[in-house]
Design a protein around this ligand. Structure first.
Ligand code: ATP
Length: 203
């Protein structure tokens, strides 16, 4: 099995940005958020179960899940949330393992937003890389990118692990705030370290 790293961090911390840098050095990236999203797109593998469990009012005309409506529904309804997770989680696991086997690259990086919150994930990877950044920076980035209010972003952050909790499970931490040139340098150093841990000679 290929050497694998679980990459995590809070909303807007820069997981995708940093994963793309590792991809540039030859890592295989498997993004579980992207996989979850694909499952609920038109013709997504989760759509038949979602239709039969939740009904047509949660499906858009194009066949995708109505994310906004589902978000609101499960937000106020733990049973529904649990049912949705029972549909999605096994499919995410299955698609993730498939992608892990078929994505070429020197070593594997799983991008998992809620890795700290999930004991299963921590057992699946050899190492955990946390992308950390200042909470104020997170809030600013997400407001700009998703056009959410400050309150909405803070509510999402409250539902996630804290910086402290992530730091406790981390083997490596990248502080992704400020100078992208320095951050890229840190990514390269970690890349060299991961090659070494994976037993791959650097070229
Ligand atoms: P999410 O969990 O919401 O998917 P993420 O952790 O994957 O977010 P990114 O999408 O990589 O985070 O970054 C969030 C936003 O912040 C993006 O618009 C990105 O361009 C910007 N960003 C990321 N890192 C930096 C940085 N070091 N300096 C400035 N902007 C950055």
């Amino acid at each position: 099995r290929r050497f694998s790293i679980g990459l995590t961090g809070g909303i807007g911390s820069g997981k995708t940005t940093i994963a793309n840098m590792f991809a540039g050095y030859g890592a295989a990236i498997v993004d579980t958020d992207l996989i979850a999203h694909e499952l609920t797109c038109p013709q997504g593998l989760a759509m038949p179960a979602i239709l039969s469990r939740f009904g047509a009012q949660f499906i858009n005309p194009d066949g995708a899940m109505n994310r906004q409506r589902m978000r609101e529904h499960v937000f106020s309804n733990p049973d529904a949330r649990h049912q949705l997770e029972q549909i999605l989680h096994p499919l995410i696991r299955q698609q993730t393992e498939q992608a892990a086997q078929t994505t070429p690259g020197l070593y594997l990086i799983f991008v998992v937003p809620l890795l700290t919150e999930s004991g299963n994930w921590r057992q699946r990877v050899d190492r955990i890389l946390v992308i950390d950044c200042d909470e104020q920076t997170q809030i600013q980035r997400v407001i700009q990118r998703n056009h959410l209010s400050q309150q909405q972003v803070i509510a999402i952050m409250h539902a996630q692990a804290t910086r402290q909790q992530r730091a406790e499970v981390a083997d490596d931490i990248i502080f992704n705030d400020g100078d992208l040139h320095l951050i890229r340098q840190h990514v390269f150093e970690l890349h060299r370290k991961y090659l070494q841990l994976a037993g791959i000679p650097p070229d």
